[in-house]
Design a binder for this molecule. Structure first.
Ligand code: GTP
Ligand code: MG
Length: 278
């Protein structure tokens, strides 16, 4: 799983984020192989055509991930260079596998046309942002979603309103244009923003969920809820300490290659005052 192509960054709860139905992939391909044996030549041609169409359908999603990741990476670097501070701890992304997409449309009983899949499956492209503090989660969300080429389709704030099991994260479904040779194509990307503590909890919860094949014993569920409460308390404490230490101030980095040496600054200052006189 960790070495699958198409995955970048360290995704801790791979199964949740990447590919919820991965364990059934082998079964599906067995079934698919049998189905392929049973079909006639013309159906086989259709299936071959479908393969090309599927690849063409998937491609913009990969670019959608690239666009959103680049935007986040730019924000991250801007903060690191200019503010000596980094609201983004980690960015990871995943493209849902074609097998998982097919399984999801079959499970949900969706119209299986590509246009309908584009509308109804909104987590084909996924980007996850991990921040140190809750305030940074909202800050990064604002900085990203107010960009003029991003259209926010849906926001689910599981930080303000956690799921009953204790799950917390800020989810946004956005649409972003990807510029292909034929023109711009709007692509839907799911963005999950959370703190390190929320991410730690979600990855453990996810492992337990799959270990027990979705039927987690009651006492473990209770333990998980307690752990979620502990994680939330930790986030609050860290946020408070962070505010006390920094007091909201953000200093400009000194050692950056973008910051000129004092002598160059003095020369620039001098040039400016003389320029005004001329
Ligand atoms: P899906 O159809 O599974 O995508 O869910 P949804 O359409 O109801 O969307 P929701 O925003 O609730 O969840 C989307 C994604 O958030 C999931 O695919 C997971 O990656 C993550 N997520 C949501 N709930 C949980 C949870 O209880 N535990 C963990 N570990 N992850 C969760
Ligand atoms: Mg999902």
């Amino acid at each position: 799983m960790h070495n699958r192509p198409g995955y970048r960054g360290i995704v801790t709860d791979q199964m949740t984020f990447d590919d919820q139905s991965a364990p059934h992939e082998a079964m599906l391909s067995d079934r698919a192989a049998q189905a392929l044996e049973a079909v006639d030549e013309s159906a086989l041609d259709d299936i071959r055509g479908l393969r090309d169409d599927f690849a063409r359908f998937m491609m913009p999603y990969k670019f959608g991930i690239d666009e959103v990741s680049t935007k986040l990476e730019i924000l991250r670097q801007e903060f690191a260079e200019l503010h000596d501070y980094n609201p983004i701890e980690h960015i990871s992304s995943r493209l849902k596998s074609p097998e998982s997409i097919v399984q999801k449309i079959v499970r949900k009983g969706c119209d299986p046309s590509f246009d309908a899949i584009r509308e109804s499956i909104t987590d084909i492209a996924g980007v996850r942002v991990t921040c140190s503090f809750i305030s940074d989660v909202y800050r990064v969300f604002e900085l990203l979603t107010t960009q003029t080429d991003i259209k926010v389709l849906q926001v689910k704030d599981y930080i303000a309103e956690p799921k009953p099991n204790g799950y917390k994260s800020l989810h946004a479904i956005v649409e972003i244009p990807v510029f292909l040779s034929g023109g711009p194509v709007p692509v839907i990307v799911e963005i999950q923003l959370r703190t390190i503590a929320m991410d730690f909890w979600a990855s453990l919860e996810h492992k337990i969920y799959y270990k027990y094949d979705r039927a987690v014993p009651q006492e473990l569920l209770g333990g998980l809820k307690d752990a979620a409460d502990d994680a939330a308390r930790l986030d609050e404490t860290m946020q408070r300490l962070h505010h006390e230490i920094r007091g909201g101030a953000e200093r400009v980095t000194t050692g950056s290659i973008l910051v000129p040496p004092d002598a160059a600054l003095a020369d620039l200052h001098d040039a400016r005052s003389r320029f005004g006189d001329a």
